[in-house]
Structure formats: C-alpha cells, structure tokens
Design a protein. Sequence first.
Length: 202
Amino acid sequence: MSNKGYNTFMSTPYIENLNRGRFETWTIEPELEFVQVKQVHGTDIATLETLPCEADGIMVSWEEFNKPLAIKTADCMPIIIEGAKGVIFLHAGWRGLAEGILKRSEIEVIVPQRVLIGPSIHDCCFEVTPEFKDHFKGSPNFSQREGKLYFNLQQEAKRELRELFPSLLIEITPICTASNCDFHSYRRDKTSQRNWNLYIKG
Ligand SMILES: [Zn+2]
C-alpha cells in the first residue's frame, strides 16, 4: 500500500441488510468529508447530536449513515460493529478495553450482528510489563516468549464481545500495524502520523 492508496478489509459472509458500508484504512488523511470524534482513549460513544465532542466511538443509525465515519489509530484497534439498527465505530486500545468500551450499553442498542477489528498491533509485537496484567485480571490472552510477556488485544476484544453477544460474527484483520511498515505504528516508530480507518457507505 502506498501512502496515497488504501486497502479494503472485509471478508465476512454477506448478511442481508447489513452490507451498507465498507471498511478501508488510509495512511494519509482522506480528502473526504467525514464524521470524527476527538479521541481521548476513553469509553464514551458519540452520536451525530453530541458531535463535535471528545469520545472514542461514533454511533449512527442506518438512516443517519451518509458521511464516512473515521477513527484514527497507530496500533490501537479500529472496531466496526454493524447491527440491525445501525453501526458503531470504536477506537479501542488497551486502555479503552480495560475501561470497558466493549461493554457500553450503546452496542446492545444497535442489535449487533457483525464485527470487524481492523489493522492494529498484534501479539507478535505487543509486549507488556508484568504489571500490565492487572488491567486484564484472569485474561487467557497473555503469552510468553523468551521470557517476555505479550498480550493479544484482538482476542481479548473478541472474548469480551462473545460473552455479551454469543452469536456475533467477529473478523480480525490479520495485519499487525507494528510488523507491517505499510501502516503507521506508534510502538514501532513513536510516530505522530495516524492510520485513517474509514467506514464508507456502499
Ligand atoms: Zn507484529
């Protein structure tokens, strides 16, 4: 992927009335009019009525979904949740996850059916300290390699979502932003640049 290009990730099965948007990750700010929030690594989810505001998620009904939704990341997870009644786009790093962004009541409101976790840091690169375990007590998603501890954010997100919504389809994009130099990674480069994850109509 070049800096001007974009990629599309979504290979989950077709679900009637659900394929209203597509997911893309751009490495430059797209020249499009889009909806975004001021991301603060929290758990608040904005609506079109509450924007502009600080939040780490955007919720729109299908009727309201006209402009692309944007979530900026540089290792955190961009998570699209499509439901019968609308769509939620989340910015979820370990902090948001630990604070319960996937347990927000808004998710139930859209009647979630399908989830896509986009390019983000995977457990090949997400080394954590032993103290980090306190944020996810009892989680099975830690692993050890050569004396180092790693955490699997995507599997943790999947586990939390499955607990609440057992029949949810969940797809994890197999791209680690820290391993793949086509994407911006804070862990790898301490970059101030961001991946622009878009959920676009059509
Ligand atoms: Zn990696």
